[in-house]
Design a protein around this ligand. Structure first.
Ligand code: AMP
Length: 193
């Protein structure tokens, strides 16, 4: 596994554990020689992961759309920096560059990126693993929401095998490296009846 894309909050959250776990994820990537692909910001958990990767001697690649974010938010010490025309191009490039995805705690922006990669995985557009760093049970409500969709007949049980949830950076990255994609049932129940 050469590169992992990390989606993370552009804020740090209100518990020190979020920052601490983001820091350890960055250290883990650097120690394994796995390059970081991320949104290119110096603020929030995003900046903490990138700084930890760089401090550990690793490579951090930023991908940011031109003009959307204020200039001072950009991390200027990255190994590589790509500027894209818009958010769609940015997310496509981040996905293309990466062999796996990890979502840290974050807000709407993080959710959007996470859901896009899960949706593309479900449709077979990519076969790459998706991991959720479940700091302080942050992603429990997400898991319950997926369960709720399954119970209500809008998603398949096998969808839960498309992602791995773990609170520990070390074991999460290990699971992504060893991930075997599940055989998915037909997404559309009416077509298999
Ligand atoms: P949020 O979770 O709402 O804080 O949004 C975080 C996600 O949205 C990141 O993974 C980025 O891709 C994008 N994003 C939000 N704010 C910024 C920023 N200041 N600089 C770069 N990307 C950002």
């Amino acid at each position: 596994m050469k590169r992992i894309c990390v989606y993370a909050g552009s804020n740090v959250g209100n518990s020190p554990e979020y920052a601490e776990r983001a820091q350890r994820l960055g250290e883990e990537l650097a120690a394994r020689g796995i390059e970081l692909v991320y949104g290119g910001s110096k603020i929030g958990l995003m900046g903490i992961v990138a700084d930890a990767v760089l401090a550990g001697g690793g490579r951090a690649i930023g991908v940011m759309p031109a003009g959307l974010f204020r200039g001072e938010m950009r991390h200027t010490g990255l190994t590589e920096f790509h500027e894209t025309a818009n958010m769609h191009e940015r997310k496509a490039l981040m996905a293309e560059l990466s062999d796996a995805f990890i979502a840290l705690p974050g807000g709407i922006g993080t959710f959007e990126e996470l859901f896009e990669m899960l949706s593309w995985s479900q449709l077979g557009i990519h076969q790459k693993p998706v991991g959720l760093l479940n700091v302080n049970g942050f992603y429990e409500p997400f898991y319950n929401m997926v369960d709720h969709a399954i119970t209500a007949g809008f998603a398949r049980e096998s969808n839960k095998q498309l992602f791995i949830m773990d609170g520990e950076p070390t074991t999460l990255v290990e699971s992504l490296v060893n991930f075997t994609r599940p055989e998915l049932e037909n997404k559309w129940k009416q077509l298999s009846e």
